[in-house]
Design a protein around this ligand. Structure first.
Ligand code: BTN
Length: 273
């Protein structure tokens, strides 16, 4: 593909992403395809990578079987969405991979803020919201590993760039697009590179020191802080006040009879009566 020509809708040109990554380009192996079932599934199928391998980045203009959290379908459209996954090979075993999920949301929010988005909020564990509507979702999956193995994680991101007005997505109350909230949509190569650089900066630090130093930055952007929420863990619903997150990224839910640490579940705002 000629780098001077505009790419077909939703197709990124990897050399332009590498150019935008600058001095960090050698850390990444970027591939883009017109179509695949799911970029997360494709990277989960790779065999184990040796320590020091580049971060594999796979994006697709169209996914025929995009997957969301909790078994949901992820819908996206060529050019209207940025859909990609990275397979990150860490240097050492991580005792608390839970914080990684929150940290990815923080990296995405910070990348978007660097392009002028002022209203990015995070919904535990890692949805990015703008004015209560979902702008981006993150799906993290861990390839099978033994306790002694260095951690590898496949991290998939679906970011709404410019959905047609009125788009409704199954299972989501409201969706937002980046184009609605920025005067100009950023160049997608620059945007992807900025997201990767934010991830690299935060992940490098995280594997040395854990999630605790990032807790305040996450909580500053907490969409539901101190609000009355409900948490569905797949079996039961717990209601309470969202009291922030713990040092390992667990959600703290004040139920009135004590604070519960929540490690998994779907959070929503409780309608005020
Ligand atoms: C969510 O439910 O909020 C997570 C959505 C994650 C979607 C992305 S799009 C790229 C990657 N490939 C997938 O199949 N899913 C993730």
């Amino acid at each position: 593909m000629n780098p001077e020509r505009p790419c077909p809708a939703g197709v990124l040109f990897p050399p332009r992403v590498l150019a935008a990554l600058g001095a960090q380009a050698a850390r990444f192996d970027v591939q883009w395809v017109a179509e695949c079932a799911s970029t997360n599934s494709a990277l989960m199928e790779l065999s184990a990578q040796p320590a020091g391998s580049p971060v594999r980045v796979l994006g697709a203009a169209r996914q025929t079987a995009g997957r969301g959290r909790r078994g949901n379908v992820w819908q996206s459209w060529p050019g209207a969405s940025l859909t990609f996954s990275v397979r990150w090979q860490f240097d050492r075993p991580a005792a608390q991979p839970a914080g990684l999920s929150l940290l990815t949301g923080l990296a995405l929010a910070r990348a978007l803020e660097s392009f002028g988005l002022t209203a990015a909020k995070l919904k535990w564990p890692n949805d990015v919201l703008v004015q209560g509507a979902k702008l981006a979702g993150i799906l993290i999956e861990l390839p099978a590993y033994r306790a002694s193995d260095a951690l590898a994680a496949v991290i998939g991101i679906g970011l709404n760039l410019d959905l047609p007005p009125g788009t409704q997505i199954d299972g989501q109350t409201a969706v937002a697009s980046l184009a609605q909230h920025l005067p100009a949509t950023p160049d997608v190569h620059e945007l992807l590179a900025r997201i990767l650089l934010e991830m690299a900066g935060l992940f490098d630090h995280w594997q040395d020191v854990g999630f605790a130093p990032f807790r305040a930055a996450w909580q500053q952007r907490d969409a539901f802080r101190d609000q009355s929420v409900r948490l569905f863990d797949g079996q039961r619903e717990i209601v309470g006040r969202n009291a922030g997150v713990d040092d390992d990224g667990a959600l703290l839910l004040d139920t009135g009879s004590g604070v519960q640490r929540i490690l998994a579940g779907e959070l929503s705002l409780r309608a005020s009566s």
